[in-house]
Write a new protein. Structure first.
Length: 367
């Protein structure tokens, strides 16, 4: 019998809980807090072993740290992390590998994975992702694996990054197997900018069976006026020129309406369990050159299921002159800066068609 929601808390599982952090880098039973050296050694010098000697790790510029290397079967249940400095959110690349695959299933800048793609903090209060003051990142996507799971963070910046982290997971108590899983995937892409008259690809065509569970967009507006008329389109199972699923506009897809504009208030942020406009960055008249936004939608009650392949796109489209002045409005193709994170489950631990983000696309001109 399968229990969902709070009902599941009342039913005992035979799984055992383990947790990886800088205080217990292997997740082994009874091995937490044993460090004698670490980033907290000086602060704990009068207290000794067991008193927060190793609460974090340092990742030098250009290096990759292995955060977790777990033998399965098991399921990752929760990730928490925070960094110093905040600009590492777009300067580090989070990767996850399942079943000893050569290619990562997840390859996303750290901040974008937690809906904070602009190196500036934004509160997110959703079911699978929570971003809390000041840069406490949490993810609750279930990530099952059968043989192995490995998580790394590459520091692409020019300075050392300090990372605090914790990865909570379950293992079958008797070492038994898990039901045949679908594997968690996340891909990041950026059009900087979208060529005028073209679309931004959120998810290039992936092959296999699975279900699409989420979209995060970090959207930078490069021209005046309303920018969010673009339709999101899902091309399912062989769709070519025209998709099976076609939305009515960008703000509509993220659960908003009428330009996210509350009269007298303007753009209005919101964060809900499954969708939100969590970030609004306005020009400051000095250094911040344009409006920037962060938006998420989680297809948890409404996953987009596919049996053979899937492609997802969004149009860079606005409203032309005359809108709001009593004149007929016209759609206007734009060339905005769109970075997207697509999250989905697939019946394979790796997707050969995916490509790593180009380093020059990770850079932000503004922090």
């Amino acid at each position: 019998m399968t229990f969902t929601g709070l009902d599941g808390l009342a039913h005992r599982s035979r799984a055992v809980t383990r947790s990886i952090s800088a205080e217990n880098p292997t997740g082994a039973k009874g091995a937490g807090g044993m460090a004698t050296e670490g980033t907290g050694a000086r602060a704990a010098s009068l207290l000794g072993r067991g008193w927060k000697v190793s609460p974090s790790i340092e990742i030098p510029a250009g290096e990759t740290a292995t955060l977790a290397d777990i033998s399965g079967p098991g399921t990752i249940r929760h990730l928490w992390c925070t960094t110093a400095p905040h600009r590492a959110w777009r300067g580090t690349l989070l990767r996850m590998y399942w079943e000893d695959a050569a290619e990562p299933a997840v390859e996303v800048p750290l901040g974008d994975f937690f809906c904070n793609g602009w190196n500036a903090f934004s509160q997110v209060s959703s079911v699978p992702v929570a971003a809390n003051p000041n840069g406490g990142f949490n993810a609750y996507w279930p990530m099952p694996f059968r043989r192995a799971a490995r998580i790394t963070l590459e520091n692409l910046s020019a300075e050392t990054v300090t990372l605090y982290y914790q990865i909570d997971y379950e293992l079958p108590e008797d070492g038994g197997d898990l039901p045949e899983p679908t594997w968690f995937h996340a891909q990041w892409r950026r059009s900087h900018p979208v060529p005028e008259g073209q679309t931004h690809t959120i998810l290039d065509r992936v092959h296999g069976a699975g279900h699409y569970v989420g979209t995060y967009l970090a959207w930078g507006v490069n021209s005046p006026g309303w920018w969010g008329e673009g339709e999101l389109k899902f091309f399912l199972d062989g769709d070519d020129e025209f998709p099976t699923i076609c939305g009515t506009g960008t703000e509509d897809y993220f659960g908003g309406a009428w330009n996210f504009d509350v009269p007298g208030q303007g753009y209005t942020a919101y964060t809900t369990p499954y969708l939100g406009l969590n970030q609004i960055l306005r020009p400051d008249g000095l250094y911040a050159s344009q409006q920037r936004f962060g938006m998420y939608r989680w297809h948890i009650p409404d996953p987009v299921r596919f049996a053979a392949d899937l492609r997802v796109t969004v149009q860079s489209l606005g409203i032309g002159p005359g809108h709001g002045n009593g004149l007929p409005h016209r759609y206007r193709p734009t060339s905005d800066d769109i970075a997207s994170t697509a999250l989905f489950y697939l019946d394979a631990p790796e997707e050969p068609a995916s490509r790593p983000p180009a380093p020059d696309l990770l850079a932000l001109e503004v922090d």
